[in-house]
Design a protein around this ligand. Structure first.
Ligand code: NAG
Ligand code: NAG
Ligand code: NAG
Ligand code: NAG
Ligand code: NAG
Ligand code: NAG
Ligand code: NAG
Ligand code: NAG
Ligand code: NAG
Ligand code: NAG
Ligand code: NAG
Ligand code: NAG
Length: 597
């Protein structure tokens, strides 16, 4: 049997069972419209001729080849048929089809909303995905995503149309307020098998969802100082047939086509402003949205006064008053008190009156000595949210605290010779209702409006004078005593002995020092000297007697011959420990002579 007969039977078998004995590489083509195409046909059995029968790029019959290429430089047909045709040597002819898909992918996808603009909560809208010049639509699946979650797969564009199509895929949306700023995107998938494009995504499309009236007011609340300018912008969130502002001042109406209206006032001189932006949405009923306007005023400064002036006795109450002039709105006022840097008190309730008010806030406390020189202040704050004016702080109010009776006597002690003049001053550092001297001698009635009262006596002729300087402060009456030390002192003192004349050595003698008219005797110090040597010290009687006295002081001696010519003398001194001034000392002039045996 001829091998070719066997082959012919084989070819027949191939035709019958596995088709034309050629291999096309690649077995199918996916080509972008306008780009090049290339495939190669290779015979699997000995053949006589080979060709490509195509709607574009025909390759004529070639003899004596085993493979043949089909090429198109720029494929500009949407329907291309191409088959590789062979003839065997014994005249069998067969062909194999090369499946070719011509596609087009747009550069980008666009998402729009319908109607455009912001979306009202709960109303139906559409999102459209616009896909231009895509082919083949039979392989197109449009997928919608919200965030990363897939919503739907849209296959309804898979019709039989050939060539590029403009496709719009619709996504119905009924937004909730929580969908505000949600990102939607569409994705076009051309499922063309290996070699084809896979997918193209749109840029994310963010939706704005509002509730209520389709306007946005900027700023959402307005804080304006009385008399200053104000501006608010109302922006339509949906197509408008007209919009505007309703107000007792600065109202404005704009026709359709306008999407933004400003409310402006140069000098706002109303304390209550009711402001509403209205809109006639093209697809809805008229609606309004209000804007809260807070009109405020603050004083230039705060003042602190007190219910009393000057230094304060420890433990007594003082009330400080913070004066806040022409402040508004008092509903939002907070007043705080500070002692040093420490916040002590905070008050919030100042009524509900509209417009500027004069507010006073008080703070009562009883400082102690450690609060001396403390600075107190008050602070006013209007809490109006964003745009609030800065806090205001008063100048510091100084607290001075003292302890005891607030008077100073100068000098505090007087040492006065009986019959001579005496004077002292009494002064105070606090405000008072009267200051004076209470005294058996020359009292001074209480005087107001001066800080110092003078007490004086021309001739002091009393032994027990105790002038009291008294003061009536706002808190109490108190006094301090002036210590007056009246004294008298003799001009001379002398020394006597019982046996005048020359003394005998070895005998006992008594020397007597005489001091007449001395007072106060209690303060007298008497010293005996032999030559310059102190031999005895005595003191006046420590009794309670008052007034001048005659005093004698004895010194017992037993002279020796060596004492001949010795000088004995006594010296008297009045001592006032508390006093600066001292009366003079006195020394006796008499000398005693001692005779030898
Ligand atoms: C080429 O293909 C067309 C369409 O399939 C067909 O009508 C024609 O006979 C084929 N020609 C050859 C030589 O096979
Ligand atoms: C698709 O839309 C684009 C732009 O509007 C247009 O130029 C093109 O002709 C349209 N194509 C088809 C197939 O309608
Ligand atoms: C509203 O005021 C703003 C800020 O001054 C300005 O930018 C905007 O152009 C104004 N809008 C209109 C519609 O006048
Ligand atoms: C306006 O003020 C009223 C009363 O204080 C308040 O209830 C309302 O929420 C405010 N509106 C806005 C938009 O701030
Ligand atoms: C002093 O102030 C305290 C506290 O503020 C108060 O309890 C007290 O009654 C006041 N005393 C006088 C005398 O006003
Ligand atoms: C507040 O006090 C000032 C100064 O005493 C006065 O001019 C003003 O009228 C007062 N305002 C009110 C609201 O009473
Ligand atoms: C209180 O402060 C004043 C000065 O402001 C000072 O002169 C006075 O000595 C102080 N008093 C006491 C008790 O510290
Ligand atoms: C002043 O003296 C009178 C009588 O001597 C006495 O009643 C009064 O209480 C004294 N006043 C003071 C402040 O000591
Ligand atoms: C001294 O004492 C004598 C005797 O008592 C007396 O007579 C005389 O006057 C005194 N002299 C003086 C200066 O006091
Ligand atoms: C002198 O006095 C002393 C004691 O006072 C005594 O002991 C002595 O005897 C006396 N002398 C004469 C001479 O009296
Ligand atoms: C001196 O006089 C003052 C005032 O009278 C008194 O307080 C003091 O104790 C006296 N001194 C003596 C040593 O007696
Ligand atoms: C003290 O002595 C003198 C002279 O002897 C006399 O005049 C006077 O009264 C005496 N004074 C007293 C307080 O005894």
């Amino acid at each position: 049997m001829s091998p070719w007969l066997v082959l012919g039977v084989g070819i027949f078998l191939l035709f019958g069972c596995a088709g034309c004995p050629v291999e096309i590489i690649p077995p199918s083509l996916v080509v972008r419209y306008g780009e090049s195409a290339l495939a190669t046909c290779r015979a699997l059995v000995p053949i006589s001729e080979m060709s490509w029968n195509s709607t574009v790029g025909v390759v004529g019959m070639e003899m004596g080849v085993t493979e043949l290429s089909w090429t198109v430089k720029e494929l500009r047909e949407w329907t291309v048929r191409s088959q590789c045709v062979i003839s065997t040597e014994d005249g069998y002819e067969c062909s194999k089809e090369l499946p070719i898909i011509v596609y087009n992918m747009p550069d980008s996808l666009a998402v729009t909303s319908d109607p455009p603009g912001a979306m009202a909560e709960g109303k139906p809208y559409f999102l459209h995905c616009h896909i231009e010049n895509i082919a083949p639509v039979q392989s197109l699946t449009v997928r919608w995503f919200k965030g990363s979650a897939q919503l739907i797969e849209d296959l309804q564009h898979q019709n039989s149309k050939v060539g590029p199509q403009n496709i719009t895929s619709d996504l119905p949306v009924v937004p909730h307020l929580s969908d505000n700023e949600a990102h939607y995107r569409c994705q076009a998938d051309l499922d063309l098998g290996p070699g084809g494009p896979t997918k193209l995504e749109s840029v994310p499309f963010s939706i704005t969802v509002y509730t209520g009236c389709a306007v946005e007011i900027i700023p959402p609340s307005l804080v304006v100082r009385y008399g200053e300018s104000a501006l608010a912008t109302c922006r339509a969130l949906a197509p408008s047939n007209g919009m505007g502002w309703e107000s007792i001042v600065g109202g404005v109406v704009k026709d359709g086509g306008v999407q933004e209206v400003n409310w402006t006032v140069k000098e706002l001189q109303e304390w209550t402003v009711e402001l509403q932006c209205f809109i006639n949405p093209r697809h809805d009923d008229q609606c309004v949205k209000g804007l809260n306007v807070t009109v405020y005023n603050t004083p230039n400064s705060l003042r602190v006064t007190s219910n009393r002036h000057g230094p304060l006795a420890e433990g007594k109450n003082i009330t400080l008053i913070c004066h806040i002039e022409n402040i508004a709105p008092v509903q939002k006022l907070t007043v705080r008190w500070f002692r040093g840097d420490t916040k002590i008190l905070e008050n919030l309730s100042f009524g509900t009156s509209v417009g500027p008010q004069n507010i006073t806030d008080s703070y009562t406390f009883s400082p102690n000595l450690s609060d001396n020189e403390t600075q107190c202040r008050c602070e006013a704050e209007l809490d109006l949210g964003p745009g609030s004016p800065p806090k205001l702080t008063s100048y510091p109010f100084n607290i001075n605290v003292y302890k005891g009776c607030p008077i100073v006597i100068s000098p505090p002690t007087l040492v006065v010779k009986y019959g001579e003049s005496a004077s002292a001053d009494c002064s105070t550092f606090v405000p008072h209702n009267g200051i004076g001297w209470n005294s058996t001698l020359e009292p001074v009635d209480a005087v107001k409006d001066i800080n110092s009262v003078h007490w004086s006596v021309k001739e002091l002729r009393e032994w027990t004078v105790k002038p009291l300087c008294f003061i009536s402060t706002y808190d109490e009456q108190c006094s301090k005593a002036l210590i007056v030390l009246a004294y008298t002192f003799p001009d001379t003192i002398n020394v006597t002995t019982a046996a005048p004349g020359v003394m005998m050595a070895g005998n006992n003698y008594t020397l007597t020092c005489h001091i007449q008219n001395v007072a106060p005797a209690q303060n007298l110090t008497l010293r005996w000297f032999k030559g310059s040597v102190l031999v005895k010290e005595d003191h006046g009687p420590q009794d309670t007697s008052v007034g001048p006295r005659n005093l004698t002081f004895d010194l017992h001696i037993t002279p020796e011959t060596s004492d001949d010519g010795a000088q004995y003398r006594c010296e008297a001194e009045l001592n006032f420990h508390s006093a600066v001034a001292k009366p003079p000392k006195l020394t006796s002039k008499h000398a005693i002579s001692v005779a030898g045996k």
